[in-house]
Every structure is written in C-alpha cells, then in structure tokens.
Design a protein around this ligand. Structure first.
Ligand code: CA
Length: 223
C-alpha cells in the first residue's frame, strides 16, 4: 500500500514513515499541504495520514480539497487538539478516523489496518515463524500453539522482531516500536525487555540473537 503522511513535525513524521515501511507499505512524507497540492498526485495513494495543525493550509482544508479532487482513499487525522469540535470538523470534512497525539504505535498500526481493511484490501491476519505465531486481529502470540502471556512492551518488541524475522532490527527501531516517539527512554530499556522475552521463549526453537552494535534478530535455532 502507498501511504502519504502530511505532518510538519519532522521527528514524528520520520517515526511514522519508519513504522509504516516496516509494515511493508511504501510511505511518502510532505511537511505541508502546499507540497502535496503542487507536487504530488493524490490519486497515487491508498491512505493519507494528515496532521490537523499544519502551517499554511490547515488539515481540514486539505481534506476538503482531497475529497473535492475525487480522492476516495481513507484519511486518518492525527491531532494534538483533543477538542470534540475539532475532531467532528475533521470527520465532517471527509476524514475516516482520527488519533490524538501522543499516541501508542500499536494504536496507529491498528487504525491504519482497520482503514485499509474497510477499503476491501486483503490484510494478513497472522504471522508465523517457527513455533511462534502472531494473531494480528486478537493481538495474541502463541508458542507451539499455546497462548504466550506477554506484557505490552514485550508484545511490541516481539512483534517488531517477528515482522522482520531473520533480519536484524536495530535497538532504535525496537525502542520506537515499544515506547513510541514521544517518550524519552534509554536504549537499555530494550535490553531489559529482550531479556524477559528470552526467558519466555526458553526451551523453544525461537531465539532472539544479539548482534553487538547492530541490534537483535529473531531466528530459529538449528537442531
Ligand atoms: Ca502540526
């Protein structure tokens, strides 16, 4: 899926782009409405993530413009303004859903999945890797068929690893996955969660390997 993010906060936008790309989407980012209106073809996107508080032309106006252009792709509003009035205006302008900043990574992923599903796009419902299985709908991991009890941070990190199973995932990417973009957390926090995950995976063939200086890798232990 091709996703366009219109967001003037570069840090947040970069985080969302990284996250969406890790979900196998192709994601572009523009910092304001004008860049989209003058330089891009909106028909080329399957989903828009739009910040309401944009410099220049605001998010609401941009959504109206998109709909006036005949663009039918779903629009997810991201806003720091919690006011009901503001969200209602966004939905009235043609948005499909909204998220209030700061938000959890899992929530953004879930909203995007739901919007794309509503559009009739077939979405993977589970990810399998060796004895591990992740049911994306129920957000539940199983190990050898038995439900695996995980704390939210453990779930987020194991999900980031299974989505890129067999590939190295940097500590920074895991930090983003578990703690979002707004929290200031030391990378050492990731080590603690990985340590707990390893204990829960103990005795199975699924192993979280450390690549010093690079990050972590979920792999299947050779017999
Ligand atoms: Ca903004």
């Amino acid at each position: 899926m091709r996703i366009l993010i219109v967001e003037d906060n570069e840090g947040l936008a970069t985080g969302i782009v990284r996250l969406m790309n890790s979900e196998a989407h192709v994601t572009d980012w523009v910092p304001d409405a004008e860049t989209l209106q003058t330089g891009l073809n909106p028909a080329g996107y399957d989903l828009f993530i739009i910040d309401l508080g944009l410099p220049g032309i605001g998010g609401i106006e941009l959504i109206r413009w998109l709909r006036a252009q005949g663009v039918e792709a779903p629009v997810l509003i991201v806003t720091a303004q919690d006011a009901v009035k503001c969200r209602v205006r966004g939905l009235d302008a043609g948005a499909d859903d909204y998220l209030i900043k700061p938000f959890e990574v899992e929530e953004l992923e879930a909203r995007v999945r739901a919007l794309l599903r509503r559009r009739g796009t077939p979405i993977t419902s589970s990810i399998e890797f060796g004895p591990l299985s992740l049911d994306l709908g129920a957000r539940q991991f199983s190990l050898s068929g038995a439900p695996l009890g995980l704390a939210p941070k453990e779930h987020a990190i194991l999900e980031a690893l299974i989505r890129r199973a067999g590939l190295t995932v940097s500590k920074e990417a895991l930090l983003d996955a578990a703690y979002g973009f707004e929290e200031e957390v030391s990378p050492a926090a990731v080590e603690v969660v990985v340590h707990r995950l390893r204990r829960k995976l103990e005795g199975s063939k699924a192993v979280i390997a450390t690549l010093r200086g690079f990050g972590y890798l979920l792999r299947i232990q050779a017999p």
